[in-house]
Design a protein around this ligand. Structure first.
Ligand code: FAD
Length: 467
């Protein structure tokens, strides 16, 4: 295919050699590798539109890519070599801060960390936070409706977005960058593009919600006897701490043992082990003393009622970070142990304890000895229900062969409890077919109608999200 017209159509870079394109053709976890006719790196939204017009004319499929940290294979092209990868990484300008409106306008390729920093420089908080924040982009966060650790208080990416600028598959530019909290003027196109995983259009910029910076943040690492006790603690915490409760993470002891094994500085901050722990963050808009006081009152009542057995509170920023590191290092520590089978699931909070109990028992019965590495944003009903081979088992092929039947077992259980098989990582190619299995014909038909209306030639990220 003659790419000279494309090269002339925009001012960014165009990579065409296999070796220079390689970093854009494999996903973060190295699970998928594809081929592409080129990787285009436009500099501006107008350039993105020019690339899209060329792709539309030539009927070339497009795979949008931000920081390439997605965990579902959504940003990797397929093996056909027919698609163009459109990288947004050079659209990296912070356009405008409106402190009085508590809003910030940024281009899609700005990393999440840079968004947080820009907000902080204006004396504001942008609360979306996840372990890939130094690399993932705000465009990718919105396209996959990312969650992270502060959803409990501030919501997910969708809740933090006021407006979008989008390039359509035909190369038109939609200026939807309204910094408004109220706008009832018809269908919410913004909400359609958020979470669409690059299958409807290209997000080129976003208007984001900002919040006051908290005056103090305190974390507590709490031993609890069971997930049921953790959920009781969550209800008490919501009651007693109100909106200052910012994060509520459930962590199984297997997770902490893996972190202690693989991270030198990691230590359980309690005298005795417990089968489960909860990590709570309180971010107080007044001061540290009142945050501590509120947490101590919560813990006092939790000890009295035997829903918690021990706790450690952070007394400094370094202790706060060390407690959070125990949570954030779980994924990497599990990876260091060898192959993994992972599930990013969502459940009604009231069903978490029963789900864990029943699913643990079913896994142990059918696949005895596997290690269950269970943790997650329990305050949002989101668990990472992961598995590792039995300690010392080095037969990787046998473990990998278990993935499909285990997925079926776990996801059937999730759906039977009224849950979802993707809480925050999206469908991409990883969960595309399984998700379709659990959706009704009506829901699938509505989704296909939307896709056909907005992308009639099926050029946007083909093979992702919908079978
Ligand atoms: P990419 O991976 O580049 O793309 C993701 C999807 O969005 C793809 O389908 C792609 O086609 C599409 N896309 C990207 N940019 C655009 C755009 N501008 N317009 C249209 N479509 C686009 N996720 C969570 O939700 N919570 C977590 O706590 C979390 N923790 C993580 C921790 C680690 C260590 C890692 C590696 C990942 C984690 N993730 C988490 C997953 C990932 O970081 C998020 O999904 C992130 O939002 C993806 O952003 P990205 O810029 O890397 O997008």
């Amino acid at each position: 295919m003659d790419l000279s017209r494309l090269r002339a159509a925009f001012s960014g870079r165009l990579l065409v050699e296999a070796d220079e394109m390689a970093p854009w053709l494999t996903d973060w976890r190295r699970k998928w590798t594809g081929r592409a006719i080129a990787v285009a790196q436009p500099d501006t939204a107008a350039d993105v539109a020019a690339v899209m017009r060329w792709c539309h004319e030539q009927r070339v499929p497009v795979v949008p890519q931000g920081g390439n940290t997605g965990l579902s294979g959504g940003a990797t092209p397929d093996q056909s070599g027919a698609a163009l990868v459109l990288s947004l990484s050079r659209l990296n300008r912070v356009r405008r801060i409106d402190a009085a409106n508590n809003s910030l306008e940024v281009e899609a390729g700005v990393t999440l960390l840079q968004v947080q920093q820009a907000a902080r420089e204006a004396g504001r908080l942008f609360p979306l936070s996840l372990a890939a924040e130094g690399t993932c982009t705000i465009g990718g966060n919105l396209a996959s409706n990312a969650g992270g650790v502060q959803v409990l208080r501030y919501g997910n990416a969708r809740d933090l977005c006021l407006g979008l600028e989008v390039v359509t598959p035909a190369g038109e530019l939609w200026h939807g960058l309204r910094g408004l909290r109220k706008d009832n003027t018809g269908y919410s196109l913004r909400d359609l593009y958020i979470g669409s995983e690059g299958t409807l259009g290209i997000i080129t910029a976003a208007s984001l919600k900002l919040f006051p910076l908290p005056a103090a943040q305190v974390a507590a690492f709490i031993a609890v006897p069971s997930p049921a006790a953790a959920i009781e603690l969550l209800q008490r915490a919501q009651q007693q701490l109100g909106p200052t409760l910012t994060a509520f993470e459930l962590i199984g002891d297997t997770c902490i043992r893996l972190v202690e094994k693989h991270v030198d500085a990691a230590r359980l901050p309690l005298a005795d082990r417990s089968p489960w722990y909860v990590l709570i963050e309180v971010s107080e808009t007044r001061d540290e003393a009142s945050a501590n006081e509120a947490l101590e009152a919560l813990l006092g009542s939790a000890f009295e009622n035997e829903i918690a057995t021990d706790a450690a509170l952070s007394q400094s920023l370094s202790q706060f970070e060390a407690l959070w590191a125990l949570r954030e290092d779980i994924s990497e520590s599990q990876g260091a142990e060898g192959r993994t089978i992972k599930h990013d699931i969502s459940l009604p909070i009231s069903a978490i304890a029963e789900f864990v109990e029943q699913t643990d028992a079913a896994i142990e019965k059918q696949f005895p000895g596997l290690r269950r590495v269970v943790f997650g944003h329990a305050g949002d009903g989101n668990l990472h229900y992961n598995l590792s081979p039995a300690d010392g088992d080095t037969d990787e092929a046998r473990f990998v062969a278990l993935e499909a039947p285990i997925n079926r077992l776990v996801h059937d259980a999730v759906v039977s409890f009224g849950g979802s098989i993707s809480a925050e990582h999206g469908l991409g190619v990883l969960r595309r077919d399984e998700s379709a299995r659990y959706k009704s014909e009506v829901e699938l038909a509505l989704m296909r109608t939307l896709k056909a209306a907005l992308d009639p030639h099926h050029l946007m990220n083909p093979g992702k999200l919908l079978p």
